[in-house]
Design a binder for this molecule. Structure first.
Ligand SMILES: NC(=O)c1ccc[n+]([C@@H]2O[C@H](COP(=O)([O-])OP(=O)(O)OC[C@H]3O[C@@H](n4cnc5c(N)ncnc54)[C@H](O)[C@@H]3O)[C@@H](O)[C@H]2O)c1
Length: 252
C-alpha cells in the first residue's frame, strides 16, 4: 500500500474555498474531497457551482467576496452547518492586464476590491471560527507578486499586497495558533485570462510567451498549485508566513 501524500491534522476537516467553481479553486476542491475534507464551496458564478449540487461533503454558496454582507451571512451559515471551520482557501481572484498609460482606474479599483479587500473580508468573517479550531488560512498570491513584470502592474501590486498580508497575519495570528501561508503560482491554464476580457488568441500568445521565459519552459496546471495549498490547509506543520512560488522557476 502506498503512503498517503498528506499527513492530515485530523479526519473530516471542514472549511471554505472561494473561487471553487473554476481553475485552481476547483482543483483544490477535488483534492480536498479526495482527502476526506468537507468543503463549503463559494463562487460568485452560480453556473460554475451548478455541477456540484447534491454531492456529498460539499455545500455550495453563491457569494461575491466583494459584498461584505453576503460574505458575513455565508460565513455564519457555513460555520453553523459544519459545526466549525478548520481552513479557508482564499482563491477567488481577478486578473488585469494593461500598461499604466491605458489602464482604466475603475478596473484597478475592481482588481484591488476582489484580490485584497475580498481576501480580507472573507478571512475576517471566518476568523473567530478559525481561532476556535486553531485553523489554517491559505491565500493565493502570484509569481508577479515576487518579481516585477511589465503590463500588469496593478494585478501584480494587488498580489504583492496579498503576499504581505499573509506575512503580517502570520505574525498577528501565530500566537493564537492560526497558521497563515500563501502560494504564488506562475501562469496557469485556467479561465482567468478570458474572464479578464482577453480573447482565446491573446491568452494563448501570453501563455506561450511566458512559457518561453520560465526555466522549466512550460506553464502550470491548476492541480500543481492545489497540491501545495492542500499541504498548507490540511496538514499540521510548522510553516507560517510562507509565500511559496509554484512557477517553474519564473520568479527567480
Ligand atoms: N491562472 C493563473 O495564471 C494564475 C497565476 C497566479 C495566480 N492566480 C490566482 O489564482 C486564483 C484562482 O484563479 P484561476 O486562475 O483559477 O482563475 P479562474 O477564473 O479559473 O477561477 C477563479 C474563480 O473565482 C471566481 N471569482 C472571481 N471573482 C469572484 C468574486 N468577486 N467573488 C467570488 N468568486 C469570484 C470566478 O467566478 C472563478 O470561478 C486567483 O486568485 C488568481 O489571481 C492565477
Amino acid at each position: 500500500m502506498s503512503t498517503p501524500l498528506l499527513s492530515l491534522r485530523r479526519e473530516g476537516l471542514r472549511g471554505v474555498i472561494t473561487g471553487a467553481g473554476s481553475g485552481i479553486g476547483r482543483a483544490c476542491l477535488d483534492l480536498f474531497l479526495a482527502h476526506g475534507a468537507r468543503v463549503d464551496a463559494w463562487d460568485r458564478s452560480p453556473d460554475a457551482l451548478a455541477d456540484l449540487s447534491g454531492q456529498g461533503n460539499i455545500a455550495t454558496r453563491v457569494v461575491d467576496i466583494t459584498d461584505a454582507e453576503s460574505v458575513a451571512t455565508a460565513a455564519s451559515e457555513a460555520t453553523e452547518s459544519w459545526g466549525g471551520i478548520d481552513f479557508v482557501v482564499n482563491c477567488a481572484g481577478a486578473f488585469l492586464v494593461g500598461p499604466l498609460a491605458e489602464v482604466p482606474v475603475d478596473a484597478v479599483r475592481k482588481v484591488f476590491d476582489v484580490n485584497v479587500l475580498g481576501t480580507t473580508v472573507v478571512t475576517q468573517a471566518l476568523l473567530p471560527a478559525l481561532v476556535a479550531s486553531q485553523g489554517a488560512i491559505v491565500n493565493v498570491a502570484s509569481s508577479v507578486a515576487l518579481k516585477a513584470t511589465p503590463s500588469n502592474s496593478h494585478y501584480a501590486a494587488s498580489k504583492a499586497a496579498v503576499a504581505h498580508l499573509t506575512r503580517c497575519w502570520a505574525l498577528e495570528l501565530g500566537p493564537q495558533g492560526v497558521r497563515v501561508n500563501a502560494v504564488a503560482p506562475g501562469p496557469t491554464t485556467t479561465t482567468i485570462y478570458q474572464s479578464a476580457g482577453m480573447s482565446a488568441e491573446q491568452e494563448s500568445t501570453l501563455l506561450r510567451e511566458r512559457a518561453a521565459t520560465i526555466p522549466l519552459r512550460r506553464v502550470g496546471e491548476p492541480v500543481e498549485t492545489a497540491r501545495w495549498i492542500a499541504r498548507f490547509a490540511l496538514e499540521d506543520d510548522w510553516t507560517t508566513g510562507t509565500v511559496l512560488p509554484i512557477d517553474g522557476g519564473m520568479s527567480l
